[in-house]
Ligand binder design. Structure first.
Ligand code: GLN
Length: 192
């Protein structure tokens, strides 16, 4: 198998942790800060962090259009937490003009479990990656309140979708990169 080349959107948030896991999984990693960094990528991780800040930085870096174009041409995205907020079709409790990339046919609500440093480390059943539960962290996480017909729910948390897949795109409301389990990154890479 040839090495996949995967970008990590490196404007803000915990892109370093994703880059380290992707490298551990055997991918070639590119930090994406400029439109030309998207050239030649098969996948892109949009990390957690703060979606309102990332939204502003995406706009000021003139990345929105090139990113949507790359997706149109087959770029697959793994989005986590704030990244999943940006990827949604509709954002509830966002800021005015917050970028919504509409990569995933989902409706999300920001900070659905509390606004401050509300976080929880839990084990989720995610059959798509195996029978052993996956340890993950929810940090000021969004919830997915609506899921379109073409979206597969891979895992739920408190009776709402927490991991979804649409084609080669995977969206997670939690952080899989902070708890030492690489299976979700491997699942993403296996479809590239
Ligand atoms: N609450 C953050 C936001 O709205 C997301 C938190 C996170 O990515 N851990 O962007």
């Amino acid at each position: 198998m040839t090495k996949a080349t995967v970008g990590v959107l490196a404007l803000q948030g915990d892109f370093r942790e994703h880059a380290a896991i992707l490298e551990e999984c055997g991918a070639r990693v590119v930090r994406v800060r400029l439109p030309e960094d998207l050239d030649g990528l098969q996948g892109l991780v949009v990390p957690g962090g703060e979606s309102t800040t990332m939204s502003k930085l995406l706009t000021s870096s003139v990345l929105v259009e090139p990113l949507l174009e790359a997706i149109e041409h087959g770029l697959a995205c793994l989005t986590t937490c704030a990244g999943t907020i940006l990827a949604a079709r509709e954002i509830r409790d966002g800021i005015p003009d917050q970028v919504s990339l509409d990569i995933l046919d989902i409706v999300v609500r920001r900070n659905a479990y509390g606004r401050q440093l509300q976080s929880a480390e839990v084990s989720l059943e995610i059959p798509a990656v195996g029978t052993a539960p996956v340890p993950v962290a929810f940090i000021r996480a969004p919830s997915i309140e609506e899921v379109g017909a073409g979206v597969e729910v891979l895992a739920s948390y408190q009776e709402q979708a927490a991991a979804v897949r649409q084609g080669a795109h995977i969206g997670l409301t939690f952080h899989p990169e902070l708890t030492g389990d690489t299976r979700l990154h491997r699942l993403f890479l296996s479809a590239l």
